[in-house]
Design a protein around this ligand. Structure first.
Ligand code: B3K
Ligand code: ZN
Length: 815
């Protein structure tokens, strides 16, 4: 059934209070609910799926109605009334990991978006907000739910939608901390883990405390309960969930110590802890009216976590990483059959819309808004948002109105960013005449949008003659003029000020050497590398100006993290996307060969500098500066491996005392085809560690020249387990991420992925649907590959009993 934004109607009833009692049992959990409804219409519809109804009463009188497949319709009094029900569910058989389920003997929940209806009958929609009181009956020692602990259970005084409900029960231990809020309240902080994992919680606890402090200092937002609980769970469909006062995390985004987690893992843990914590205000206190408004909480919360990570680390490096991700995932989505607006208008299964467009483009839109209204305007608008809408379920219209009221700006045109799909293209023409420099910008793709273009001008010697200025492009074509004594060099779209494709003739080598904006300096290097790669694919040699420019930057004195990013060659999928956009059909094998040839040439060009860049390992500390030095060291080690056959990397592997070095050296060895022994050693050392072993599976496939063969072997490994989403993704997503391997000319990569999606679908449709998006790029490739990819999508669609999740995805992709 298609759900449409245009069909929204307010709820027929308001819930005043919810009382829940859980009698936990692996196959026969009883859920007893008592829901007080305010006076409303004569008919009440409650959602409910896969529930065995034991009994139900309205104001104490047994009901006559029977539930259907998706819920229960009741005749109810027009005055306030109480609905009571007892239902039975089976958490241990719940492999979809939505609703109440079991993971390693522990009970946990995932309700967003529509999982609560698998727990009990309820108006399971985000605009029904109510206070909850919960009792849990079980022999397990730790019993948690939302809110504050009270006699015999949990009480959450803050009205919340059902998607934020959570329950956890298990044999868990707490890593404890505390935080004193800005108004002097003491908050108990707990990270709950399985016994044995206590020594991996320190970093997450620190990240939580930094997040709480930052939200007070930057947004003036204080935490509002006496306790904040985080639980680490091994079986989880995504990264983490912001349930009120009880965040549930995929264990790989909480548990970390230097021996088991890489610097990237630490950075991601800090970002996700912050993201879920920030939801307490942007998502929980102010939530979404309906699921079409998902970007209201997700775009804003991603924007906030990006700001936070930039403040904790380096803004330039964070921006580059975010844009790499945006282009790899969101631009890809926007250019294919899965394209949709930041605020979609229709869906079959809402879980399919937790996308890069809603999250990452949703965050970009807020970044543009902030640029347009300025930092002060943004701060005023956010204060107004929290004041005006606390406790409400809101829409994008509410959000934009707050900005209009706080700043006096009309945002009717800006709103198109929310309602239109696709990546706008901005074409740039330059002219210089009579002491005047003219920049003509034209925009294509959809109706004209408000596009903030951050511009700087450089002189011929690289000096900045115009510091960064934000131009507002609102018309289809617009010319901006600047007095200039000599023809300047433009640095356009600084900091990636808008999520657009820029079309402009640029001297990348000059900008790589001189741009004063670090993002654009990196961007110039990347654009140049892509130009070179396109040349190599077409038979040209690796260009010396690229090698020289990159060598100068990498051996210079910029931030090591920045230099490490500059050394990272454009990925194969990224290159395929760029070729396709420029009208060339990408050949995956040629892309791989060209990329290898460039790495080889770069290694040779830097031969004399590599050992200085590699340096020697430092005793591990989590600070970002050191992580940057380590990233540069590993990037150089990877180049050296192409010259010494992995000799230095093998030494680094043997000496490694932290996971960044250990996994980094293993990747170097695998990349040059000499990693088999190290992989065996790694397996012997880590086979009892789920989180670390996921890396072992992934690295071997990512760095293989025969990804299909390697995947085929690894799915036979005794530790491969398709019921665990992390393990399944570690193997099957790695296959899809090995570009040349997945796109093998005989179609074996496509078949293997489809086989596993078809197998996973009945077990865990949400994860299967999410991973099917690997097929969304079919239109980029040659006719044979297109046909083979579409054949697999049709084969998936023809599978009997296919889930609504996967059916919607495959259907959208194959058209
Ligand atoms: N809000 C959750 C995502 C829920 C996904 C449901 N399919 C995590 C987050 O964005 O913080
Ligand atoms: Zn979120």
């Amino acid at each position: 059934m298609t759900v449409r934004l245009a069909d929204y109607t307010p709820p027929s009833h308001i819930v005043e209070h919810v009382d829940l009692t859980f009698r936990l049992h692996p196959t026969q959990t009883r859920v007893i609910s008592r829901i007080r409804f305010a006076a409303g219409g004569p008919v009440l519809r409650l959602d409910g799926e896969k529930l065995r109804l034991i009994s139900a009463r309205v104001d104490g009188v047994a009901i006559a109605e029977q539930p259907d497949e998706t819920g229960l319709t009741l005749a109810v009094p027009e005055a306030a009334f109480t609905f009571e029900a007892e239902v039975e569910i089976s958490p241990s058989e719940n492999t979809a990991l939505e609703g109440l389920y079991m993971s390693n003997g522990m009970y946990c929940t995932q309700c967003e978006a529509e999982g609560f209806r698998k727990i009990t009958f309820y108006p399971d929609r985000p605009d029904v907000m109510a206070p909850f009181r919960v009792r849990i009956e079980s022999d397990l020692p730790v019993l948690l739910s939302n809110g504050d602990p009270v006699d015999g259970g949990w009480d959450d005084p803050w009205p919340k939608p059902s998607y934020l409900f959570a329950l956890v029960a298990g044999d868990l231990v707490a890593h404890r901390g505390s935080f004193t809020t800005m108004s002097g309240r003491e908050v108990a902080l707990n990270i709950w883990v399985r016994p044995g994992d206590e020594d991996r919680c320190d970093y997450a606890m620190g990240a939580l405390i930094r997040s709480m402090k930052w939200d007070e200092q930057v947004y003036g937002r204080e935490y509002d309960l006496s306790v904040f609980n985080i639980v680490a769970v091994d079986d989880f469909n995504m990264g983490a969930m912001e349930n009120k006062g009880l965040n549930i995390f995929n264990s790989k985004y909480v548990l970390a110590r230097p021996e088991t987690a890489t610097d990237e893992d630490f950075a991601r843990i800090e970002a996700i802890i912050a993201h879920e914590y920030f939801h307490n205000w942007t998502g929980n206190r102010i939530t979404c009216r309906d699921w079409f408004q998902l970007c209201l909480k997700e775009g804003l919360t991603v924007f906030r976590d990006q700001q936070f990570s930039g403040d904790m680390r380096s803004h330039a490096v964070k921006r580059i990483e975010d844009v790499l991700m945006l282009r790899a995932r969101q631009f890809r989505e926007d250019s294919g059959p899965l394209a949709h607006p930041v605020r979609p208008e229709a869906y079959e299964e809402i879980n399919n819309f937790y996308t890069a467009t809603v999250y990452e483009k949703g965050a970009e839109v807020i970044g543009m808004l902030k640029l347009l209204v300025g930092d002060e305007g943004y701060a005023r608008a956010l204060d107004l948002y929290f004041d005006r809408h606390d406790g409400q379920a809101c829409t994008i219209e509410d959000w934009l109105r707050v900005f209009e009221d706080a700043t006096g700006r009309d945002l009717a045109q800006f709103k198109r960013w929310y309602t239109e799909a696709g990546t706008p293209r901005v074409h740039v023409e330059e002219a210089y005449e009579n002491g005047e420099y003219a920049l003509t910008l034209s925009q294509k793709g959809g109706s004209p949008k408000v596009i903030p273009i951050a511009l700087g001008l450089l002189g011929a010697n690289g000096d900045e003659v115009l510091p960064t200025t934000v131009l507002e492009l609102t018309e289809p074509v617009q010319t901006f003029r600047f007095p200039a004594a000599a023809r300047p060099v433009a640095s356009v779209l600084r900091g990636f000020s808008a999520p657009v494709e820029l079309e402009m003739q640029r001297d990348h080598a000059f900008l790589l050497a001189h741009d004063t904006d670090p993002f654009n300096r990196w961007e110039a290097g990347r654009a140049l590398a892509k130009e070179v790669m396109a040349g190599v694919i077409a038979g040209a040699p690796v260009r010396a100006d690229w090698l020289d420019g990159l060598a100068a930057l990498v051996t210079g004195d910029m931030d090591p993290a920045f230099r490490a990013l500059a050394l990272r060659l454009p990925g194969e999928d990224d290159m395929a996307q760029t070729l396709h956009a420029s009208g060339v059909v990408p050949d995956p094998d040629r892309i791989r060969a060209a990329r290898k040839a460039m790495a080889q040439a770069l290694a040779e060009r830097l031969r004399g500098d590599l050992s200085a860049l590699i340096g020697s390992p430092e005793p591990w500390s989590p600070d970002p500066a050191q992580a940057g030095r380590r990233a540069l060291r590993l990037a150089a080690l990877s180049l050296l491996s192409r010259l010494d056959g992995g000799a230095e990397a093998a030494r680094a592997y043997a000496a490694a005392d932290n996971m960044t070095e250990e996994a980094g050296a293993l990747a170097c060895l695998l990349e040059v085809g000499v990693g088999a022994d190290a992989a065996l050693a790694f397996e012997a050392k880590w086979r009892h560690d789920r989180i670390v072993m996921d890396k072992w599976f992934t690295l071997q496939i990512l760095h293989s020249d025969d990804a299909v063969g390697m995947t085929g072997r690894l799915v036979q490994h005794p530790l491969f387990d398709m019921k665990n989403p992390n393990r399944f993704r570690a193997v099957i997503s790695a296959l899809a991420a090995n570009h040349a391997g997945f796109h093998r000319a005989d179609g074996a990569g496509y078949r293997l992925l489809a086989d596993w999606l078809i197998r996973l679908d009945p077990v865990n449709p949400q994860t299967a649907a999410r991973m099917s998006s690997a097929f969304d790029s079919w239109s980029r490739y040659d006719a044979d590959r297109q046909a083979m990819m579409k054949d697999q999508l049709r084969r998936i669609l023809a599978t009997p009993g296919l889930s609504r999740d996967l059916a919607e995805m495959a259907g959208r992709m194959v058209g």
